[in-house]
Ligand binder design. Sequence first.
Ligand code: COA
Length: 148
Amino acid sequence: MLTTLSIRPVTPEQTYSLRHSVLWPDKSPAYIKVENDTEGYHFGGFRQDELIAVISLFVADEVVNPGGAWIGRARFRKFAVHPDYQHQGIGTLLLNHVIAEAKRLGAASLWCDARMDAADFYQRFGMKAVSEVFYKGPIPYARFSRTL
Ligand SMILES: CC(C)(COP(=O)(O)OP(=O)(O)OC[C@H]1O[C@@H](n2cnc3c(N)ncnc32)[C@H](O)[C@@H]1OP(=O)(O)O)[C@@H](O)C(=O)NCCC(=O)NCCS
């Protein structure tokens, strides 16, 4: 069961197949690339040597208000668990890993653009909607955020 899941760093290229098949199967393979993928931290969930889940973390220093201090803001993107393995706690393990990594990297907050389907899941991690609902194609999203 879950004890066999191992979370390891992966390259951006290793995430592409799951990003495409789980998140955007109707789009071209290139659609799932992120412009600054090379600056991100990418993690994979493996069972044996099979990659079954991916998540990508990006940390940026931003000024929160004019004259304010710089703070590290972390964002995760392209979070995908293979359909055969969803609802088994794997996403929870990966997101907890990303929260710990974001803290380790000095980020003060964590955000994502969340599919509304997954809103309940994110709320369990203390993330709250900080935007109105918006759409990427037909899919409703809202921005979710929490402090770290
Ligand atoms: C959203 C996603 C990343 C979550 O990953 P996951 O591995 O399915 O998540 P978990 O199993 O940790 O938790 C999901 C649910 O399973 C439940 N669950 C966890 N362990 C379980 C177990 N052993 N048995 C049954 N249910 C379990 C959780 O309570 C949670 O319930 P919910 O459906 O009410 O939220 C994953 O489902 C996914 O890839 N979905 C499609 C793509 C997507 O929406 N990505 C996010 C874009 S913002």
